[in-house]
Design a protein around this ligand. Structure first.
Ligand code: SF4
Length: 67
């Protein structure tokens, strides 16, 4: 398993700018809660899920099942 940034640099720049503006809270969600701090709870759970492969909600990160 490995986590990589989205290969689309434009998306990465946009999400990282959103994270800077929000003080580290997920730019794709309204509530500023601990669960929504990057890396958010949802993506951490997807990382733990052995069958999940794909992007986080904002598409900043990609979880691949292959090394
Ligand atoms: S891991 Fe992805 S979805 Fe979760 S807070 Fe960070 S950018 Fe948003």
């Amino acid at each position: 398993m490995k986590i990589t940034l989205n290969p689309d640099e434009g998306i990465v720049r946009m999400i990282q700018a959103g994270l800077e503006q929000s003080g580290g809270y997920c730019p794709c969600r309204r509530e500023k809660t601990e669960d929504n701090k990057c890396m958010c709870r949802e993506f951490k759970e997807q990382i733990k899920d052995p069958s999940f492969e794909g992007y986080c909600h904002c598409m900043l990160y990609y979880k691949s099942l292959q090394e």
